[in-house]
Write a protein that binds this ligand. Structure first.
Ligand code: SAH
Length: 457
């Protein structure tokens, strides 16, 4: 049997030497790494070893011998335990620095481009209460419907009512909806047995409009008194303009199922972004931090430096927020997106804002872009805003083949962004400056924006 320098349940004193990209403190015993929640660099802590793995172990702080001057008081340790706000023990200025360093790190290690300058992360003045959407699992604990969040790396529900980073009106709405459902004796989902009824309560609230949508994710389509319940939700929470039942019968971690029906009001809410109105359906992606999204888009628009004759591509368009924000400034916008409901929203959003020069298609960016290249669509500026997995090689090739003057890349994952920069460089597109914008305060998520141009232009 292999020998490790620590054993389970052992208590030892260690010094924290680093922070992982997920915000765990790192200590080493004879070179063997131990990951410790709620521990910051330079802190001396007495830890209890919880788990000894092949290459690393996990420990839990029993006592702080010395505390970091960068530590701030955590409102509730469940915020760390559940991973809702895994950096909330680090002061905000340091969080912003941490994110800047993450980007520098991947540019050096993955892209091998240490020469690219990473600007200081643009943060929020009030870095909490910002989330406009919550997806909350529901379980039965001690006979009552309970809402909260899963303990990290598990599906054990920890009861929580104040989520700190969510719009407080959303936190209150979740409790109110849960209590109504309890009054109607609605059964909670039981994951192990794949039994019971109510899986998740999702609430979205327009940052400016204050319109609220409540989605009840159920395991079966038949919802006894569903309409009556939806009416009561609206009566108790007058901001609610839409209550939707989403049916997910599968034993899966994916939250939403395919089938939906409106139980009360409209199938969408509306909100504003950079002065334009957007309709948002339950299945459509919409950035969760509206205030910082405006900062991010403004930066992206500034980098694009658009002209009235420009043709623009809005790739990975969601409900068209980026393309429609610039449509007034350019000749034409072409966008694409895989989720049909989001494209329906984008088309409707063009109409809502009297925009007639925007075309949105349903489909994969890596399929549609090469097709447009063949059809001689010749954009001057391409905006890309992909999900965490980043861009497809086929997409990058098609985009570069179109020879745009600028490619504005918005990324929610620095690692895939760094990988993609290597592919762009091989095809002649480069950047010398990356701007991180903090869309997710108190968490380790990092958003960046940059412009890529042909080198000798
Ligand atoms: N630009 C939008 C959406 C960005 S999120 C905004 O800022 O609100 C990324 C979007 O890409 C999601 O809406 C997702 O549904 C979509 N998407 C995921 N994979 C895709 C692909 N291969 N091609 C096109 N769109 C994709």
């Amino acid at each position: 049997m292999k020998e490790y320098p620590v054993t389970k349940n052992q208590e030892i004193q260690v010094t924290i030497i680093d922070l992982t990209h997920e915000g765990m403190g790192v200590a080493k015993v004879d070179g063997y790494p131990i990951f410790i929640e709620n521990a910051l660099p330079q802190e001396e802590v007495r830890v209890k070893i919880l788990k000894v793995g092949n290459k690393f172990g996990f420990g839990k702080v029993m006592e702080f011998i010395t505390e970091s001057p960068e530590r701030q008081t955590v409102e509730n340790e469940d915020l760390l335990r559940t991973g809702i706000a895994p950096l909330s023990h680090l002061n905000y200025a340091k969080q912003l620095e941490f994110k800047q360093h993450q980007v520098q790190n991947v540019l050096t290690k993955i892209a091998k481009m240490p020469e690219i300058k990473v600007a200081e992360t643009i943060g929020m003045e009030q870095p909490f209460g910002y989330r406009n959407k919550a997806q909350i699992p529901v379980r039965k604990i001690d006979g009552v419907l309970t809402t909260g969040f899963y303990r990290k790396n598990s599906h054990q529900l920890i009861a929580m009512e104040d989520f700190y980073i969510q719009d407080p009106a959303i936190d209150q709405a979740i409790v109110a909806v849960r209590n109504i459902l309890q009054r109607f004796n609605i059964k909670a989902y039981n994951e192990e047995a794949n039994e019971g009824f109510l899986r998740h309560i999702i609430v979205r609230r327009g940052h400016y409009s204050h319109e609220m949508m409540v989605v009840l994710v159920t395991r079966k389509p038949k919802f006894f008194k569903g309409i009556e319940i939806a009416n009561v939700i609206h009566e108790e929470l007058p901001e609610v303009v839409s209550v939707i039942q989403n049916v997910n019968e599968e034993k899966t971690n994916v939250i939403l199922g395919k089938e939906e029906r409106v139980l009360f009001g409209k199938a969408y809410i509306e909100d504003q972004l950079l002065g334009k109105t957007f309709r948002i359906s339950s299945k459509s992606f919409y950035q969760v931090n509206t205030e910082q999204t405006e900062v991010l888009y403004q930066k992206a628009i500034e980098l694009a430096d658009l002209k009235p004759t420009d043709v623009v591509v809005d790739a990975y368009a969601g409900i068209g927020t980026i393309g429609l924000s610039v449509a007034d400034k350019v000749d034409h916008v072409y966008g694409m997106e895989t989720i049909k409901e989001a494209v329906d929203d984008a088309r409707e959003n063009a109409k809502l804002n009297n925009i007639t020069n925007a075309t949105y298609l349903v489909g994969k960016a890596e399929k549609i872009m090469p097709q447009w290249a063949k059809e001689d669509v010749a954009p001057n500026v391409v905006f890309v805003d992909p999900p965490r997995k980043g861009l497809d090689q086929t997409f990058i090739e098609a985009a570069c083949e179109m020879q745009p003057e600028k490619i504005v890349y918005i990324s929610c994952n620095p690692s895939t962004m760094a990988r993609d920069l290597v592919h762009f460089a091989e095809l002649g597109y480069h950047t010398d400056n990356v701007q991180p914008v903090d869309l997710f305060p108190q968490t380790y998520h990092v958003e960046t924006v940059m412009v890529l141009c042909p080198k000798n232009a």
